[in-house]
Design a protein around this ligand. Structure first.
Ligand SMILES: [Zn+2]
Length: 246
């Protein structure tokens, strides 16, 4: 029902603004993959659901300490994120998302819209429940939050030389969080936090530092109480970055 309301709402917005949506391929062109196909080149000043889809994919390519707002408005911060994404993948860095940028995204995304190197199945451990139920938000919201975070993690992974990053836990229900003595405000209950183990290719400190330019506000690692064996990264309204041994 909520989804139907949302699509009605976005149809209304489109009718008002006259924005061309691009959730399907342009007539006569094949869909790029099973997830999403952009139908126009996007640049600063544009808006729409296709901008939102782009913002999710480049959310991990921000300035240190920044968290990209996913609002469907292609502003200067989105442009700079696109520039960094393009630079990161060796594309011409013009801040305009056209065919080359979209091709790279298609190559990076799976049909369920998750990035190539992270899957829901490793994010929804939830103390063995393997779902996104029982958190502080609905399962749908937790999953949506997780998708955005996974793209930030994909960016982090690429910046660290494309080595495997091993998730020890990501989503936790309230009960699961209590059972491991998680903080009562833990973003793990929102689908907004991930812990990486020492089995990762990069060290805990390398991941700690890379998270700073990947859109995370809460980054905790070795030296912070309870974080000697993992690095915690989270999208959190409260900024806390600490790892005295890094
Ligand atoms: Zn954590």
């Amino acid at each position: 029902m909520r989804r139907r309301l949302l699509s009605l709402l976005s149809a209304l917005v489109l009718a008002i603004t006259g924005t061309v949506t691009a959730s399907v391929a342009l007539p006569g062109t094949a869909a790029a993959d099973g997830c999403y196909t952009w139908g126009r080149t996007l640049k600063k000043g544009m808006s729409g659901s296709d901008v939102t889809q782009l913002q999710i994919r480049v959310a991990g390519w921000v300035a240190s300490g920044e968290n990209l707002v996913i609002d469907g408005q292609f502003g200067e911060r989105t442009r700079l994120a696109v520039v960094r994404f393009q630079r990161g993948y060796g594309l011409a860095a013009d801040g305009v998302a056209g065919p080359n940028t979209f091709s790279k995204i298609y190559a990076l995304q799976d049909n369920d819209c998750t990035p190539a190197h992270f899957a829901y199945s490793e994010m929804d451990g939830n103390c063995g429940a393997n779902n996104f139920n029982g958190g502080k938000v609905s399962a749908a919201t937790a999953k949506r939050n997780t998708l955005r975070m996974m793209w930030q993690l994909e960016a982090m992974r690429h910046k660290l030389g494309d080595r495997p990053m091993v998730v020890s836990i990501s989503f936790r229900s309230v009960r699961c969080n209590d059972s491991v003595n998680g903080a009562s405000t833990s973003r793990h209950m929102y689908g907004q936090a991930t812990d990486f183990s020492t089995r990762s290719g990069p060290t805990l400190c390398q991941m700690f530092h890379a998270a700073k330019t990947s859109g995370f506000e809460e980054i905790l690692g070795p030296g912070y109480p309870g974080h000697s064996t993992h690095t915690h990264v989270a999208n959190d309204p409260v900024r806390l970055v600490s790892a005295s041994r890094c």
